[in-house]
Each structure stands twice: as C-alpha cells, then as structure tokens.
Design a protein around this ligand. Structure first.
Ligand SMILES: [Zn+2]
Length: 251
C-alpha cells in the first residue's frame, strides 16, 4: 500500500504565518525555502489519521503546523502499539531518516489534528542534495529524532507511567500555544502504550496533585513547574539535546 493524501490547498504557502507555523521550515534561509515552496501543499490532518503503516512506501513528508502533532508508533504482531517519537511543529514526519521512497518501519498517526504542509519525498530529497545548508539542517534534525527514539527506549523500560504521562503532557503543552492541551485519553494511551483505564488512573493522580485538570478531550495544565517535577528526566534530556543540535529552531 502506498501512503497518500494531499487535500486541496487552502492558503498560499508563501504566506509568512503559514511558513512560520512549522519551525523547521522557518529555520530555512529564504533562498532554501524558495526551493521547497512550489512543492509544499497545505493540508488538514484530522486526529487519528494514519499517515503511513509499517511496510508502506513513504512518498510524502508532512510538516506539522501550529499545534498539530503526530506519533511514530511501533506496532507488535498482536496489535499493541507504543510510541517511539512525538513530532510537532519543530519537525517533519516521513522521509527524514530513510530519505523517502523506502518502506516505513513504524506507524505514523496524527494525535492532535490540525494544519500541516505536505511535500513529496522526491522533491524534499532534491532540495536536500541541492543545498548543503538545507541538507545539514535535516541531518541534524534526523539526529535529534534518533536521540528522542533512543531516550524513549529507556523511558518505556525504566520509568513509571505517571512520569511518562507527565513527560508527554509537557511535550504537547510546549506546542499547544495555550495552557489547554487538545489530547484525548485514547491518544495518551496510544502514546504511552497502556490501557485507557491506566491513563484514567494516572491522569487522576496528576489531577489530585493539582497539576492538571482533565476535560472532555482536553487537558488543562494548572501547574507547569509542578508537572515538570513530576516528569521523568526524559522530557528535559530530549528538549535540551534538540536545542543543542538545532539552536535556530524555536520549538
Ligand atoms: Zn522517561
């Protein structure tokens, strides 16, 4: 099966707020962005949309905009899944490490729906090879993504669900734009690789501690410093490494 999608364009990509809405694209020089611009298509990604499944040929790269977020999930034979990476407006989904037109290893699914920019991996690849600075930026982003995946190995094996839940809430909160996170318990369960009942129990503990308040399909952050103290070290480790590798990308 081939991953597909490209919905009708809604706004010109050259519109500065749209470009600015993905921080990786915003870090490109005007000259490098001009190479990509004719090939970028604005799309709307609904929550739950699968961008590619394991084995799919990856032909499209997505740049999440604003609060849009996607997960890279590893799917086991019995259908269980656990998250390897979260990608929001600071990055891109698909064709980054593999350079595109390669079979996907995991599943990419939209956790927080919204705007994105899509481009065929062949156009992205041509741009990467045509500009050394462009290629360097995406190589460093690939390193940051790999680091996040490595940290997730330790996190999934060693850290308590409550700490991991706080970690993902912080990462989502950074990209939410306000104190309200649009994240369902189903999405959180998918990201943490646990049952929804476990998510209910864990978010209940965080709520009892006055750190968050859960609404229907939303989580309100009440005490950000407290939530950072409740999270495992992985949140800070991943964010700090990203900043060191990509200082010009403002998450
Ligand atoms: Zn952790």
């Amino acid at each position: 099966m081939t991953a597909s999608i490209i919905a009708p364009a809604r706004a010109p990509v050259s519109n500065p707020p749209i470009r600015r809405a993905n921080r990786l694209l915003a870090a490109l020089s005007s000259r490098d962005f001009a190479i990509l611009e004719p090939h970028l298509e604005p799309v709307v990604l609904p929550r739950g949309k699968v961008l590619f499944e394991p084995g799919d040929e990856v032909t499209t790269t997505y740049f999440p905009c604003h609060r849009t977020m996607a997960s890279l999930l590893i799917v086991t034979r019995d259908g269980r899944e656990v998250e390897a990476a979260t990608i929001g407006r600071e990055g891109a989904v698909g064709g980054i490490v593999s350079e595109g037109h390669k079979p996907a290893f995991g599943r990419a699914v939209v956790q927080v729906g919204g705007d994105a920019l899509a481009i065929s991996t062949s156009h992205l690849e041509a741009a990467k090879t045509g500009s050394a600075r462009f290629g360097d930026l995406f190589s460093r982003y690939a390193d940051a993504l790999l680091a996040q995946m490595m940290q997730s190995v330790a996190c999934n094996a060693l850290h308590r669900t409550e700490e991991r839940c706080a970690r993902w809430l912080l990462a989502t909160h950074d990209r939410a734009g306000d104190k309200m996170i649009h994240l369902t318990q189903e999405s959180l369960a998918e990201m943490l690789g646990v049952q929804r009942t476990t998510v209910t129990a864990v978010t209940g503990v965080l709520q009892d501690r006055g750190l968050i308040r859960t609404h229907r399909g939303r989580v309100e952050v009440l005490d950000r410093p407290g939530l950072e103290r409740a999270a495992c070290e992985c949140y800070r480790a991943v964010e700090d490494h990203f900043t060191r590798l990509l200082p010009e990308v403002d998450v």
